[in-house]
Design a protein around this ligand. Structure first.
Ligand code: FDA
Length: 369
């Protein structure tokens, strides 16, 4: 018998939820992570007493009451509501697209006026069968919204012209005919009081964790330590990239500490225009209604990805998706191995989705074994 029931590769939400559930069921777990900290992409770094979202702004939201209760057993959440602003052509607008945005853009005052304006724009600029992102967006919301909020932002995000991007990237562009700046439609929303590290620490309390340890530095040794492996790293890396490399889009973050208590008055401000290389500025203290004397802001720059950079967004086009499907087939042949999480499923998941997934997987696993 091996020393551990489960070796869990990755201390992000997937690995941490799995470890918590398995430990609760009486199993012995060892969690390893190659980074110098736990938490994966929800990790926060404390700078000037402010929780800085090191891998991008994270706002927790869900419609699932049991999942909300689940996370609240580890940490309480505040009532932060995500209401991003967008700076476009020198003017600030409310997001997501709602009656405030339309008023700021066109001066429309009633839902009837705003609807008529959008219908008119779509009738003039829309196309029958949109062949690229630009045509798709014009067909959904017309030229004014596209020019102010979508074109340049999207081109920075993907590093390509909107007319050269596939239409499927934008499936819908929700517009609201109420004066409601709440970005998410979910019932439950907030930020862990004291930061995301509290959530992860709560899950991993009493569980053995080793950071700065890469599974691939000695996989034979790690395999012998446990009966089963729960793997939340990259699926192509697990198979030594033998079928090819799955591609991602990356981000680069630049932090600044400023000698002011309030830089932009909001947690998230999008910078639409092309003359700014970054897509948004995050002012972290506002996630927790911070009262510190200083502030920390982060400029977010989209970046080409290469295997030396952080993998943020999977490129789920036909080429990469079919490569993933091949890896997926290989993974099903592996014994005593459980794959899960955003990197091993090559999929963008929100936090609540990854937690739900880890709960389902661990339940299935622990009921059988
Ligand atoms: P995650 O990447 O967190 O964890 C995997 C861990 O495995 C990492 O710690 C890694 O170091 C480790 N690992 C990998 N290979 C290893 C190896 N060989 N050996 C050891 N360790 C290894 N969601 C949401 O609900 N609201 C939001 O606002 C946002 N915002 C957001 C912004 C940005 C920019 C991104 C990219 C994503 C979001 N998300 C989000 C999504 C959220 O980040 C995501 O759902 C979870 O972090 C996924 O958790 P995982 O455990 O799957 O991966």
């Amino acid at each position: 018998k091996n020393e551990y029931d489960y070796l869990i590769v990755g201390s992000g939400l997937f690995g941490s939820v799995f470890a918590y559930e398995a430990t609760k069921a009486g199993k012995k777990c060892l969690v390893i992570d190659k980074r110098e900290h736990i938490g994966g992409n929800v990790y926060c770094e404390n700078i000037e007493g402010i929780n800085v979202h090191k891998y991008g702004a994270h706002i927790f939201h869900t419609n699932d009451k049991s999942l909300w209760n689940y996370v609240n057993q580890f940490v309480e959440f505040n009532n932060f509501t995500n209401s991003p602003m967008s700076l476009s052509k020198g003017k600030l607008y409310n997001l997501p697209f709602n009656m405030n945005t339309f008023n700021q853009l066109w001066g429309t005052k009633t839902p009837h006026e705003a609807k008529a304006k959008i219908d008119e724009q779509v009738a003039i600029y829309g196309v029958e069968n949109p062949k690229n992102l630009e045509e798709q967006a014009l067909s959904l919301v017309g030229k004014d919204i596209y020019d102010h909020f979508i074109k340049e932002y999207t081109e920075k995000q993907w590093g390509r012209k909107a007319s050269e991007l596939p239409a499927f990237i934008i499936k819908r562009l929700p517009v609201r005919f109420t004066f409601d700046n709440n970005y998410f439609n979910d019932i439950y929303q907030g930020i862990p009081i004291g930061g995301y590290n509290k959530l992860i620490e709560g899950m991993l309390e009493g569980i053995e964790v080793i950071t700065k340890t890469d599974y691939f530095s000695d996989r034979n040794k790690f395999n012998k330590l446990s009966n089963k492996i729960v793997y939340s790293g990259k699926i192509d890396e697990y198979f030594d990239y033998k079928l090819g490399i799955l591609e991602y889009r990356s981000l680069h973050f630049e932090n600044e500490i400023l000698e002011t208590d309030n830089f932009q008055g909001n947690a998230v401000v999008n910078y639409n225009d092309a003359n700014y290389d970054f897509t948004r500025i995050i002012e972290h203290k506002h996630f927790e209604f911070g009262k510190q004397n200083k502030t920390v802001i982060t400029k977010e720059y989209p970046q080409e990805w290469n295997p030396g950079r952080e993998a943020f967004y999977p490129i789920n086009d036909v080429k990469n998706q079919s490569l993933f499907d091949e890896y997926k087939k290989l993974s099903l042949e592996e014994k005593n191995l459980i794959f899960g999480g955003r990197l091993s499923e090559y999929k963008y998941y929100d936090m609540h989705q990854v937690i739900a997934l880890a709960l389902t997987r661990s339940k299935k696993e622990l009921e059988n074994g």
